[in-house]
Design a protein around this ligand. Sequence first.
Ligand code: AVI
Length: 320
Amino acid sequence: AANEGMALVDLDGEGVDRAFRADVLAGLHQPQKAIPARWLYDDAGSQLFEDITRLEEYYPTRAETEILTARGAEFAGEIGPGRAVVEFGSGSSVKTPLLLRAIDPAAYVPLDIAGDFLRAAADDLATKFPGLPVYPVEADFMREVALPEAVKGLPTLGFFPGSTIGNMVPRTAVNLLRTMRATLGADSKLLIGMDLIKDPAVLEAAYDDAAGVTAEFNLNLARRINRELDGTIPVEDLRHVARWNDDFARIEMHLEARRDMTFEVAGESFSLATGETIHTENSHKFSRRSANALLLAGEWTPVRRWTDSGERFSLILAEA
Ligand code: AVI
């Protein structure tokens, strides 16, 4: 099975450990070993991803920020004031304020499964926008979420930046888009970031940077397995690989064995032959048409599209 970005599992308390163990063991038993990409984000992995967003080669964050900075007046015109902005994933320090400043919303509702991170982001936003009511909701946005009473009746704008939708295979992405529509209600719009198909060399560099930060991000998953699941994976004999899969229009991250190896995880034994890989992430890239097709399949009608000056990244506005 293809590597999946986010699964519908119980992530509360003990559930995290159990779900991690179950996903890793199930993934390592597949013919093409694969571990869901969401497990890349423990504390170390989240920090490494932050570092990735500042890399010269990793253009998506800068390109999306450029659009949010340059097109504020157009967002205001298309979206209008008075909406409850519901962000899927707690706000990034840079992108969210740019959007909120542009459109003059009635409330801000960050949704995130990680409570600590969520509250820190919400506090930060509340300080930056003293007049704006902020209602953080700790929830798994892969499932339908009941919005706070205080925003019921308000028109909504879902905000899902970063091309995180690209980390899901289309089936999961479509399910999420439909779930978002259910969460947001009838009078809703969605502003979603989707990274664009481009020269594979540029894409591969973005996912295999010269400083090796993305390699560390990927290898950290093997380290996490060793740490949390009594693993004996010889991490130093794994190699980070980022390859463009043209059939599926996606960058795939793999951990490739540099030699034949046998190791244990949670009491079970696994082996990799030289050159064999563990698939750890998909990052789908889109054309204008494939982006629109995905949104339509997810029951959203695209109404406006913006790209950065380098045509590397798109932000799409869609209506329920
Ligand atoms: C979070 N997500 C959108 C990133 C991406 O570009 O797919 C994760 C990432 N993986 C390696 N570098 C960045």
